[in-house]
Ligand binder design. Structure first.
Ligand code: ARG
Length: 323
């Protein structure tokens, strides 16, 4: 995560951004700190990326890199206003012991458009990430890419329209209206049991959520998603991110998930060094679906990485809705 120290809305690169509408930087920082503290209270480790002056959107850390099996694919931003963020992310990963850090050849806005399930790498396109970034990601991660066409400018990144609820179980939620007819058919075919969000919850950034397989952190204004999430065994954790919404981002955008290397993952590159997990650790949680103890796949939220010592961190409090 990257604190919104230099956060403001001084340009407009998506329909949510109105530079004439005032932003309260102090409130943005409080909301961001609340999100960070909730991750920590739930037992996750949060790594902090230093903010860079002049890069007001850097708070949206999810756009800076995609990390799968400990391999890091950097970002290449579509808009010149954000290009300076990419090197800062690459430098962070190189400085933190990640053996494979790749600067991409093609425009991709990282987890803004890439979502990971155990079977697939879901890859959005239409507004930001380029079509050619899809095969590049598939080759780098060795995971089959499913290309998804976004058609509504309000949902310009995949993570504004779709969230992975349970990586291991290929469980997702999404807003069908954000996708082309063909893509809707693909999603219905691959995820017949998905939770479908209503337009008003999607417009409240309800799909811009982060799940650790049990807890689902999402904007408190996306009220309609809470009951269906509970019915599926998840625990909604509503948070207020209203100041960040003014730039077109919410919970997920502020959160880059670090998925460490783990045993048994085949390396896609024949000459690749054996995967070494510098931050490998697992989060033991109660499975949302079965109610049994499960190892949540090493989801590290930029990071939810549990400490290597196995310290579970502070006891998880009751998730209290903020509204
Ligand atoms: N203002 C930023 C942009 O338009 C918001 C990015 C939100 N991030 C995300 N992962 N959807 O690029």
């Amino acid at each position: 995560m990257c604190p919104p120290v230099h956060y403001t809305v001084s340009y407009s690169i998506n329909p949510w951004m109105d530079p004439t509408e005032p932003v309260d930087p102090a409130l943005a920082l409080l909301q961001w700190e609340d999100l960070r503290d909730r991750y920590r209270a739930l037992g996750h480790t949060v790594e902090i990326l230093d903010p860079v002056p002049g890069l007001p959107d850097m708070v949206f850390a999810a756009n800076g890199a995609t990390v799968v099996d400990g391999r890091v694919l950097g970002a290449r931003f579509a808009n010149p206003e954000r290009t300076g963020e990419a090197p800062a992310h690459l430098a962070w990963f190189r400085g933190h012991g990640f053996p494979e850090v790749r600067e991409p050849a093609h425009v991709n806005e990282a987890e803004g458009d890439f979502a990971v399930t155990s079977s697939w790498l879901l890859a959005g396109r239409g507004f930001r990430s380029s079509l050619s970034s899809h095969p590049e990601a598939q080759e780098f991660f060795g995971r089959p890419v499913i290309g998804l066409e976004l058609i509504d400018p309000r949902f310009y990144h995949l993570d504004t329209a779709l969230a992975v609820l349970d990586e291991a179980g290929d469980e997702i939620m999404y807003y069908p209206g954000a996708f082309s007819p063909g893509t809707r058919a693909v999603l219905a075919r691959l995820f017949p049991g998905a939770l479908l969000a209503a337009a008003e919850d999607a417009a409240a950034f309800g799909l811009n959520a982060v799940s650790d397989g049990l807890h689902v952190l999402l904007p408190h204004t996306a009220r309609g998603l809470r009951a269906p999430l509970r019915e599926r065994g998840f625990e909604p954790v509503p948070v207020d991110m209203s100041e960040l919404h003014k730039a077109g981002g919410s919970v997920k955008c502020c959160t880059l998930e670090i998925r460490p290397a783990h045993a048994g993952v085949p390396a896609p590159l024949p000459q690749a060094a054996p995967a070494t997990a510098s931050i490998s650790a697992t989060i033991t949680a109660t499975s949302a679906a079965s109610g049994t103890a499960t190892i949540v796949p090493p989801a590290t939220v930029a990071g939810i990485a549990t400490s290597a010592t196995g310290d579970p961190g502070p006891a998880a409090p009751e998730a209290t809705p903020v509204a």
